[in-house]
Ligand binder design. Structure first.
Ligand code: GDP
Ligand code: ZN
Length: 304
């Protein structure tokens, strides 16, 4: 449910009790693959220490999926944010602060790459003027056909919150979002009993400073879990090869087998079905542009 460095809060399946646990030494080796050997959402086996209230985690079950966070400190550090997710919910706003399509596409790419279904929630509807609503609709028209449901909500007027609650109930969802979009307000409005720590801390530290906040899993009374990810700015895509990226853009994946060359990167090759679809307006230009940015970034990263 929670980790704070060397201690882990584990919820026992048998009786729902929470136990503070430590990790058996052997898992420390895993730090070569991941900077944290165990993450929120992991399913584990625990031995309760005789005569004590604490336990030892002796086994971690294989993960169905997970998401990684960008590690600024260590270029090659791979830090698992959370594992075994039914979906990832990105909270954004079209204004206050305005979402960048590049950020949406990177988030969706990491969800695709790590097999986590994604939902886009646009908050602060109460503040939207007609231009903002048009902006939301144009984003929805891009993303929903690709398989990413979009929701328009307001934590203040409570519009759309019923649908969001229904979506979250009975499943395990990670909630992500840039600071200021209202993620904490949303979660607090939906589930006041979570006792979420507010975003004050991470906002005060501002840019460039490392926040030491950890992802935490909260239990919904009616069933299901919400994972809050304070301080997570971006998911990592550093593990991907440039050649893989198109396969994680659903609209490119659907067309790339029609490209003349089987190793087409969809950049400037003749007979490219992806470029053709962009020219015909069947693939959103913003998506294609961000695809190119991501591929070039990954190519740069590989040179290091
Ligand atoms: P977080 O950084 O994403 O957790 O954002 P907060 O929940 O701390 O909210 C940032 C600011 O946006 C606060 O001043 C909130 O009161 C405000 N806010 C959150 N949701 C809404 C909303 O739906 N409408 C309006 N008008 N303001 C909101
Ligand atoms: Zn192509």
């Amino acid at each position: 449910m929670r980790s704070t460095g060397s201690w882990y809060t584990v919820k026992l399946e048998e009786d729902g009790q929470r136990v503070n646990c430590r990790l058996k030494g052997k898992f420390k080796q895993d730090r070569e693959r991941f900077t944290n050997p165990i993450a929120v959402g992991d399913r584990v086996e625990v031995d309760i220490e005789p005569g004590q209230k604490t336990g030892i985690i002796g086994k971690i079950y294989p993960r169905e999926n997970y998401l990684l966070r960008m590690s600024t400190r260590m270029r090659h550090g791979r830090h698992i944010i959370a594992a075994n997710l039914d979906r990832a919910v990105l909270v954004a706003t079209v204004r206050f602060p305005k979402v960048k399509p590049g950020f949406l596409d990177r988030f969706l790419l990491s969800c695709e790459a790590y097999h986590v279904p994604a939902v886009l929630v646009f908050n602060k509807k109460d503040l939207y003027g007609s231009e903002d609503l048009d902006r939301y609709k144009s984003l929805r028209d891009i993303y929903e056909p690709l398989g990413y449901p979009c929701m328009l909500v307001s934590a203040v007027s409570k519009e759309g919150l019923g649908d969001l609650k229904k979506l979250l109930q009975g499943s395990t969802a990670l909630m992500a979002g840039h600071s200021g979009v209202g993620k904490s307000t949303l979660i607090n409005t939906l589930y006041p009993y979570f006792e979420l720590k507010t975003g004050e801390l991470s906002r005060q530290t501002g840019k460039g400073k490392h926040t030491t906040t950890f992802a935490e899993m909260f239990e919904i009374k009616e069933g299901g879990y919400v994972i809050d990810t304070p301080g997570v700015k971006e998911m990592s895509i550093a593990d991907l090869e440039p050649e893989e990226v198109a396969g994680y853009f659903p609209e490119m994946r659907a067309r790339m087998h029609e490209c003349r060359f089987s190793n087409c990167m969809h950049i400037n090759e003749p007979g490219c079905a992806v470029i053709e679809a962009v020219q015909e307006g069947k693939i959103a230009f913003s998506r294609y542009e961000n695809y190119l940015h991501i591929v070039f970034d990954l190519q740069e990263l590989k040179k290091w």
